[in-house]
Design a protein around this ligand. Structure first.
Ligand code: PMP
Length: 437
């Protein structure tokens, strides 16, 4: 390594990829010196630190804040027991307890759990089990997924194939990605009723696609009610009822990817509750460990689990090395119990009102196209692409860490944010857009 490399940032830039980054033109990164509660302590480049509220909750995860004493204790206690064991031929209490808890809090028919390393892997497993299910039922040609435009399901190949074909940059991987079936994006807006004309038109297109490709489709996969990294886009629960009906009519499995929306973020514990229906397969991740360690889960119904188990191969063909990592399971259990021990829905509602009130003035700004809030998620959409370094810097000067993408400046704060923290976040976002939008 060259002698001239002296700052942490320079050393980082030579060595490390960051999400969606270039090694020849690396974007600036800030060094984290510490984090506690809702605040990050960032190196200020002059030997000191600057504090910022993490308005991103480390990408949806850190719902109880950093250095949470309950989660810290759970992690340490498990580390004192054992940190990891293989899950092949062995089991442990943290995994069993977590599985029981997940089955207890997710929609009733979901009774079986596959614990894995990351959200993307849980989507891989969900797609795999859907394909195995169809094979087990003698539907060998059903190897594709039906989804909608604007979705995001992760960066490994199967999830990428069901991400929005444009945002997901399918063109870079032509020939390597499974060609899935994409319907139109559901019409925007959470409050659309079942008989809304645009929603009916969308349902008609989905219904045609389902009928046209029914012999090829294994399942339908969507992020219920809120598309996340594909565009921070809320849509009506009535659309999910349409998809449930299509799945039932044609024998597709309905997969809900609640990796972002799970654990209260949209105002219900799981977003499917808004629609009053159950998926056949559910993926959860992100906030499952309160942001402490990577872990995700795929849950499914007994019909799915038993059909696959009794089908060719006799097993679900997946088994990662770090499956059901005990540290992750222990901290996930502590995080879920901490969430359930509080009036979390009141907290999410409180944050929601704070975001709505605080972001409302942003709609008057010339650079702003739309402001939308769903649960503890606040989004300001600009009329053009965000100048990422300027916007980040402008928000940081106002004491808030945000990570905009495309034309979106948004926040999904930790649930422990006070009203004052939420006001700081919303005024920083508004101020930053005024300055750099
Ligand atoms: N699905 C959704 C809805 C997500 O938001 C994400 C992560 N942004 C993923 C899947 C992938 O999860 P991971 O990054 O843990 O692989």
């Amino acid at each position: 390594m060259s002698q001239s490399v002296n700052t942490w940032q320079q050393r980082d830039a030579e060595l490390l990829w960051h999400p969606y980054s270039s090694l020849t033109e690396p974007s600036p990164v800030r060094l984290v010196r510490g984090a506690s509660g809702v605040r990050l302590q960032l190196d200020d480049g002059q030997g000191g630190t600057v504090e910022a509220i993490d308005a991103m909750a480390s990408w949806w995860c850190m719902i109880h804040g950093y250095r949470n004493p309950v989660l810290d204790a759970a992690l340490k206690a498990q580390a004192d027991d054992f940190s990891h064991v293989m899950f092949g031929g062995l089991t442990h209490e943290p995994a069993i307890r977590l599985a029981e808890r997940l089955v207890g809090i997710t929609p009733d028919p979901l009774r079986h759990v596959f614990l894995c390393d990351s959200g993307s892997v849980s989507v891989e497993v969900a797609i795999k089990i859907a394909l195995q299910y169809q094979v087990a039922r003698g539907n060998d040609g059903r190897t594709r997924m039906l989804t909608v435009r604007g979705g995001y399901h992760g960066d490994t190949f199967a999830p990428m194939s069901v991400c929005d074909p444009v945002n997901g940059m399918h063109s870079l991987f032509t020939g390597a990605l499974k060609e899935q079936i994409f319907g139109p994006q559901p019409p925007a807006g959470f409050d659309r009723p079942d008989d809304d004309p645009e929603l009916r038109a969308w349902a008609a297109v989905m219904s045609e696609l389902a009928a046209q490709y029914s012999g090829q489709i294994a399942g339908i996969i969507v992020e219920p009610v809120l598309q996340g990294a594909g565009g921070m886009y809320p849509y009506s629960p009535a659309c999910l009822r349409v998809l449930r009906e299509l799945a039932d009519r044609h024998g597709f499995l309905l997969i809900f990817d609640e990796i972002a929306t799970g654990f209260g973020r949209t105002g219900t514990l799981f977003a499917s509750e808004h629609a009053g229906l159950d998926p056949d397969i559910l993926c959860v991740g992100k906030a499952i460990t309160g942001g402490y360690i990577t872990l995700a889960a795929m849950l499914c119904t007994t019909d799915v689990a038993h059909t696959v188990s009794n089908g060719p191969g006799g097993a679900l063909m997946h088994g990662p090395t770090f499956m059901a990592n005990p540290l992750a399971c222990a901290v996930a259990l502590a995080s879920i119990d901490l969430l359930l021990s509080q009036d979390w829905s009141a907290e999410v509602a409180r944050i929601s009102s704070g975001l709505s009130a605080g972001l409302a003035p942003a709609s008057a700004l010339p650079a702003v196209k739309d402001v939308r809030v769903l649960g503890a998620v606040g989004v300001v959409q600009l009329s053009g692409p965000v100048d990422l370094p300027r916007m980040t810097e402008a928000a940081l000067r106002r004491g808030v860490w945000v990570r905009p993408f495309r034309d979106l400046v948004y926040t999904m704060p930790p649930y422990i944010c006070t009203d004052a923290d939420i006001a700081t976040i919303t005024s920083a976002i508004t101020g930053a857009i005024e300055e750099a939008g």
